[in-house]
Design a protein around this ligand. Structure first.
Ligand code: SF4
Length: 351
């Protein structure tokens, strides 16, 4: 048996984007949970406390409303957050079940819109459902699974329920993925050595690894918009790095910002980031966070939104090590003020 434990989250992460899997499972780059994940965690904690008769955690009003909306679809008492593990196909498999009452297994999902709830055919073949059916109640031949979807923050609910076999052979279709994960665990040392999946960059909100991901940073190589042409011109003049920024290796968070000029005689080989690229990343994040179809829909007066998004992006870079940022173009005053606050040293105007 391999010493790699396979979980639903590993399979999901690997299937979505191998590079992201490696950033998190090989390079151990952690990112703070976003608002949607925090909301879901708090709802789960409240429901678990209710089902097991424990003390309720502090939650917001919206989280409480969603948690309470789940209760009519759950047993009044159940085992909550139970851990299972078993061996199949040479791998250890494990997981945590939100709630269980004998052969009845429950999972709660907070979701942005109920229109995204999968149909039963998709749920029957979902890796999580297959793994939980085998691991959750192996003493039974069949179990019932109920995935209950609750919409944030309205509390509208759709429960999806079906019967499933507990036979381990139903996991055989997942074995090639489990084998690939186990092999990658042994052989991969750098996330950027794997091909990323651009379709996954905003699947659950902005991927926190965009600033260090070569796949993401090179995504616009064939783009011919004026912004790209400007960047290509700067590249041809030797004014910007011709290679993707190297993954930072030095601990710390020091940032030097060059606003309205370009850095010369840099003292070290710290990674150098183009502010235009950071703004692009921030705009992508805004599109998702504020649910707009196109970033130009955000008026200029929303520079604060842009500033916050850039600050988040800078924080993500800063957590990896010292770096430099340059912008040869003027920036909105509110954005500039965020940069100056975050930077250890700012050089303005003269190159
Ligand atoms: S930015 Fe996109 S391609 Fe890169 S690791 Fe994240 S999801 Fe994968």
């Amino acid at each position: 048996m391999t010493d790699v434990r396979i979980s639903t989250s590993q399979i999901k992460l690997w299937s979505d984007c191998k590079t992201r899997w490696a950033f998190e499972r090989i390079e151990h780059r952690s990112a703070p949970p976003g608002p949607a994940a925090t909301f879901g965690t708090n709802v789960h904690a409240w429901v678990a406390a209710h089902l097991s008769g424990q003390q309720y955690p502090d939650v917001t009003r919206d989280e409480l409303m969603c948690a309470q909306a789940l209760l009519p679809h759950l047993p009044s008492r159940a085992e909550a957050e139970t851990h299972f593990n078993f061996v199949h196909g040479g791998h250890g498999w494990h997981g945590y079940i939100d709630a269980q009452d004998g052969p009845h297994i429950y999972d709660h999902k907070t979701i942005k819109t109920l229109s995204k709830v999968p149909d039963l055919a998709a749920l029957r073949g979902d890796p999580q459902a297959l793994i939980y059916a085998v691991g959750g109640a192996y003493e039974y031949d069949t179990v019932t699974l109920q995935w209950t979807y609750v919409e944030r923050p309205t509390g509208a609910v759709i429960p999806m329920k079906w019967a499933a076999s507990t036979k381990p052979q139903q996991l055989d279709a997942l074995l090639p993925t489990a084998d690939a994960i186990a092999y990658a665990r042994r052989t991969v040392t750098e996330a950027n050595s794997l091909d990323g999946n651009l379709a996954a960059c905003y699947k659950y909100g902005p991927c926190p690894h965009r600033v260090v991901c070569h796949t993401y940073q090179n995504r616009n190589k064939t783009m011919t918009t004026p912004t790209k042409l400007e960047r290509q011109l700067k590249l041809s003049l030797g004014l910007a790095p011709t290679e993707p920024p190297p993954a930072p290796t030095v601990k710390g968070g020091l940032m030097h910002a060059y606003i309205g000029c370009l850095p010369i005689k840099r003292a070290s080989q710290r990674p150098l980031y183009d502010m235009a690229m950071l703004i692009e990343s921030a705009n992508d994040a805004i599109k998702v966070t504020h649910d707009v179809a196109h970033w130009r829909m955000i008026p200029y007066t929303a520079a604060g939104v842009l500033a916050v998004a850039i600050k988040d992006t800078i924080a993500a870079i800063g957590s990896q090590g010292p770096f430099d940022v340059y912008s040869v173009f003027p920036l909105p005053p509110e954005v500039l003020s965020v940069i100056i606050t975050a930077a250890a040293e700012v050089t303005k105007g003269a190159s």
